[in-house]
Write a protein that binds this ligand. Sequence first.
Ligand SMILES: [Zn+2]
Length: 214
Amino acid sequence: MIDLYCERLGPGLTAEPINALTNGAFLVAAWRLEQLARCGERRDPGVLTLAVLALAIGVGSGLFHTFATGWALAADVIPILLFQLLVLLLYLRRRAGVSTAGAVALCLAFLLACLAGRSVPGALNGSLAYAPTLAVLAVLAWHQRRRSLPPSLAWATGLFSLSLLMRSVDNAVCPFWPTGTHLFWHLLNAAVLVLGGVAVLPDRNNGATDAGRR
Ligand SMILES: [Zn+2]
């Protein structure tokens, strides 16, 4: 059994009821992303894939907070990583005008940074793995501002900072807050996923990328 969070006091499928149930927020995020993906008769394949990954995040995280095993941890972590990589790839291609090769190279660099963060599992309750995510969100929010784009990623950066804090202090607050704060990591991040999808929606006026129109 993997015991990472305050709420879990021992083995058992219902040892983390709040941490398990709050994953329902990711299912709501998946539903919202599927709505955003619709463009008349068609659906944008990029945002639709984000909706599927948000669904996988909800299911995978729900499994991990229920079974607390190695395979369930993989089911939790892999969809989260894929979601982040796809948002970064779509943003670089659709908003920043980066070439496919350049975008793939930057995604690989991001992946390596995430894996490096994971190699220090004890730091900040394992939250160091998400430091590259916060850094990339902040850079892309800055890019949105520079291009006068709607500030969805500034909101995402603020919410993710708060959710990362909640994730990091989960075990520290345990003595006086028995459920811990990991539930807020789920609830806030569901909103962050939707904001990530909003940031990479295709230009519906003429199919050109924002960067291409500048
Ligand atoms: Zn969780």
